[in-house]
Design a protein around this ligand. Structure first.
Ligand code: NAI
Length: 340
């Protein structure tokens, strides 16, 4: 018997404990050999130990190299810095991977199967911001600096090409705004064009300007395969893409670096429905499948995805965001009942 794989488990805030709990139940029922190391982060950690990002949690991720995480509450504008962003920076999780596939029958689109790879540490979200004083007004203006480095662009674009090859994909679309932001976006595009030459004959390379891309995704999403783009464009496009395939309740994401990977739902803590047992655990379940793929248990990931697909197609035991009236546990139990 192979040894259990240690994975850091962070239940998170709001609906986090409910949907992560349901997911753990499914992973355990699947027979996957995972040894959970439960840790706190976010508001739950602030309340328990006075720190939204406790040392014990950081040490656990450094040790296991893999974490499954529920959403964490971030205070807007003021308060502590986003723990999600801090974790990405701390473990240098430079690639954010968000796969989106048509899952619900009778949706607006069929045949959507896109993997979006978003640069996760640079661009407009680098955290380099300041106010500019004019006259007596300390906050007369504000500047946020978009930093693109050749090394940062190179590693995420190469990652996207490699991901495309390893998943048997055919095409990679680089999304940019180099027509206006000639230097920063230009550097990202120029780096992509160079790397594309290494993949000629294996992966088709195309370029799209962000605004046109936003429209093309709504008109013909089935034409896109793997997409790579800078931080903020990726943030916006990934929510757009999750909307094409049934909304946030079914959108998983992975933050991947050289030494660690953190898997999570794209959505947040859903404070409006937290504690009512009605949240859709689907996105965290699919994040757990990405985690299983990552640790080398793709067979179990496929079994869980197939069981979930069956439940979605049955039209029964669905949570309210998917048009049903099942509870979080009811949806999870229906998946467990179908696990082959
Ligand atoms: P949200 O994603 O939590 O909620 C948006 C809407 O989608 C709400 O109506 C909510 O009920 C619904 N929703 C989200 N997930 C759902 C699910 N699994 N099942 C059913 N309905 C679901 O976004 P919001 O309200 O902007 O953010 C709330 C908090 O979450 C904030 O503190 C924000 O910073 C944090 N957040 C954390 C993220 C993370 O930890 N990765 C990501 C996004 C937001």
């Amino acid at each position: 018997m192979s040894e259990a794989i240690p994975v850091t488990l962070i239940p998170g805030d709001g609906i986090g404990p409910e949907i992560v709990g349901a997911t753990v139940k499914i992973v355990e029922a699947s027979g996957a050999k995972i040894e959970w190391d439960r840790q706190l982060a976010g508001m739950a950690a602030l309340n328990a130990v006075g720190d939204p990002m406790p040392v014990a949690t950081l040490e656990s991720i450094a040790r296991t190299g893999v974490a499954l995480k529920g959403p964490l509450e971030t205070q807007l504008g003021s308060g502590y810095r986003s723990v999600n962003v801090a974790l990405r920076m701390r473990f240098d999780l430079f690639a954010n991977v968000r796969p989106a596939r048509t899952l619900m029958p009778n949706g607006r689109y069929t045949g959507v199967d896109i993997i979006l790879v978003r640069e996760n540490t640079e661009g407009l979200y680098s955290g380099v911001e300041h106010y500019v004083k004019i006259g007596n007004d300390d906050h007369a203006a504000a500047e946020s600096v978009a930093i693109i480095t050749r090394a940062g662009a190179d590693r995420v674009i190469r990652f996207a090409f490699e991901h495309a090859v390893s998943r048997g994909r055919k095409k990679l679309t680089l999304v940019h705004k180099a027509n206006i932001l000639k230097l920063s976006q230009g550097l990202f595009l120029e780096t992509g064009r160079k790397i594309a030459k290494d993949y000629e004959g294996r992966i088709i390379f195309e370029e799209r300007i962000i605004d046109a891309m936003a429209m093309h995704l709504v008109l013909t999403p089935e034409k896109y395969d793997v997409i790579v783009t800078t931080n903020m464009f990726g943030d916006i496009l990934s929510d757009e893409i999750s909307g094409l395939v049934g909304g946030l309740g079914l959108a998983p994401g992975a933050n991947i670096g050289e030494k660690a990977a953190i898997f999570e739902a794209v959505h947040g803590t859903a404070p409006d429905i937290a504690g009512r047992g009605i949240a859709n655990p689907g996105a965290v379940i699919l994040a757990a499948c990405l985690m299983l793929d990552h640790v080398g248990d793709a067979a179990t990931a496929t079994r869980i995805r197939t069981a979930m697909n069956d439940v979605l197609h049955s039209g029964k035991s669905l949570t309210s965001d998917l048009g049903g009236n099942a509870t979080t546990t009811g949806f999870a139990d229906a998946i467990i009942a179908r696990l082959a």
